[in-house]
Design a protein around this ligand. Structure first.
Ligand SMILES: NC(=O)c1ccc[n+]([C@@H]2O[C@H](COP(=O)([O-])OP(=O)(O)OC[C@H]3O[C@@H](n4cnc5c(N)ncnc54)[C@H](OP(=O)(O)O)[C@@H]3O)[C@@H](O)[C@H]2O)c1
Length: 265
């Protein structure tokens, strides 16, 4: 990012994700240093974890000019009632939810509410963690996608979401530069209107499903492996130095109690 002089040009968004409210500021500051940005544009409370303590921290950081916007996040339709209630009761700027042509629950209440209250919407899991595209690419693109200038299924799906008037942006994840380019390209050209969006939903619902023998272990996981690993990562970060202190005490105690172990006969 530094080489490309990006810190000044990107919209930097991260999350606070720690159960202790008292450590929220510290976690955000640690992330900021890693990002090497002057301040985050947006910080969200991840999966509403301890929002009761983190949201006041985010509002205070915003008032101090240390972040520009405060938000909350969820995924896969979890805790939509709580999300809705917070959108009504808290002065949040952003909400991050799951939305794609298969997962459309947010269309009923959350997206209209976001529009009504002027809350920006970030769409996560746009490709159903990749499974949606793996099925879709097995069929050719319908000719009508030319009406909104698209050349791949990934772009069709992304345009479906960003064409919704309540949606601010989608955040597809990828490990490939070619996919980054392809996904970013969906930000250009015409958008599908309501009728074309309906056609996208119909095409996605009719998609050929992958055969069972093509499934990998990851297809049976509710979240990506990274999500399962993350609590261990946080735990290791939280207790890091304590491990060495504990080991030192253990060794010292052993020395005091037992002295040198007996030599084998
Ligand atoms: N509670 C929360 O706040 C929450 C929860 C879940 C996710 N998120 C966020 O949402 C974002 C996306 O979520 P996600 O990783 O779950 O799923 P996703 O974006 O729906 O899918 C990612 C998968 O799609 C593939 N992909 C991306 N672009 C592609 C393209 N153009 N053509 C073909 N395949 C493509 C990727 O494979 P390749 O690597 O091969 O491109 C990857 O396997 C992430 O930033 C994540 O942090 C937030």
């Amino acid at each position: 990012m530094r080489q490309a002089a990006l810190p000044e040009r990107i919209f930097s968004a991260d999350k606070v994700w720690i159960s202790s409210g008292a450590q929220g500021r510290e976690q955000i500051e640690r992330s900021r240093r890693k990002w090497q940005v002057r301040r985050f544009d947006l910080v969200q409370v991840h999966n509403l974890l301890n929002w009761q303590e983190h949201l006041p921290t985010l509002f205070a950081l915003k008032a101090e000019g240390r972040i520009r916007y405060a938000g909350i996040s969820t995924s896969e339709g979890r805790r939509h009632r709580d999300i809705e209630q917070l959108m009504r009761s808290q002065p949040i700027d952003f909400v991050q939810i799951t939305y794609n042509p298969l997962d459309r629950e947010v269309e009923a209440r959350i997206l209209p509410l976001a529009q009504e209250r002027g809350i920006a919407v970030i769409v996560n899991r746009p490709f159903h963690e990749g499974a949606l595209l793996r099925d879709l690419v097995r069929q050719p693109l319908p000719p009508w996608v030319a009406e909104f200038d698209r050349t791949s299924w990934a772009q069709v799906v992304l345009k479906f979401m960003v064409a919704h008037p309540a949606v601010t942006c989608a955040i597809p994840a990828t490990s490939r530069v070619a996919h980054v380019r392809e996904n970013m390209d969906a930000a250009y050209g015409r958008l599908p209107d309501a009728a074309l969006r309906q056609r996208i939903v119909a095409a996605v619902e009719r998609r050929p499903m992958s055969e069972w023998w093509t499934y990998t272990l990851a297809d049976f996981l509710m979240f990506s492996p990274r999500i399962y690993w993350r609590p261990f990562e946080l735990y290791i970060v939280a207790i890091g130095p304590a491990q060495f202190v504990g080991a030192a005490f253990g060794l010292a105690a052993r020395g005091v109690r037992g002295g040198t172990p007996a030599a084998p006969r």
